[in-house]
Design a protein around this ligand. Sequence first.
Ligand SMILES: [Zn+2]
Length: 291
Amino acid sequence: MPTVRNLRGLAVFLLLPILMAAFCYYTLSHLSASSPIRNRNIVLLIAHPDDEAMFFSPTIQSLVTPSLKNTVRIICFSTGNAEGIGNIRETELLSSASLLGIPNVNNSVIIHDDPNIQDSMTKSWPEDLLASLISDSLREFREDDSSNGGDGKGVDTFITFDEGGVSAHPNHISLLKGVKYYLRHYPKKNDVLLYTLNTVPVYRKYISVLDAFVTTLLDRMKNKPGEEEEGYSGTGAPKSAMYLSNWQGYKTAQKAMTEGHKSQMVWFRWGWITLSRYMVFNDLVLDTDLS
Ligand SMILES: [Zn+2]
């Protein structure tokens, strides 16, 4: 004779797959409706070799999709030389970027090694110097473009960390200040877009793909009906973008670490590449406040 408790257990057991399917459908349908960044000349600003793989893999892999007609490049502001292996890490960044789908990495990735901007867990980097390095790098990209018969339209989109820097790393946080300094002080760049990677609380960092669901729900709750449909700023740019990798993309992100950044694969990184939401899901927000 089944007890009430058994029947309840059975009901939950049967409902669970239905709820999971509803969850997947809801998340995926919302993500497919989100506004992808396309036809843009994009530069990803990172602080250390491996930031691109550990934090931005879903974004990079999606943006390099040929049908989106984006150009994706990387500026890395240090060689990650805190342990004296900066030269190894430079090579690893090129290898990782290539695995993530960035073409022609020797010209698409610039790595700086300025004595005043070195890998450090305790130091913030001077924003004016970062802005100057951004300017130098963009010139280099433009020259490379024109020598290869490109359209020469120049970089029109930056992507970097937000004010939380994912891990509150002062080097990560400095990049946002540096790019805003650049946008405020360098020749008028009104049409340049700045997207930042959302930093989530620690209890959401290690729930992998489930955080795509959490983010989607929170996004729905935050946006009033009607507003959400817009999804675009006054300039016609998407206000946000979400990138959820499929299984293949998730494995590629892991490969960018295990095969690309071999020197960084200490034991605790296995936890990150297995469980972190950033390895499988990114949500970017358009930042229009340049103060
Ligand atoms: Zn970093």
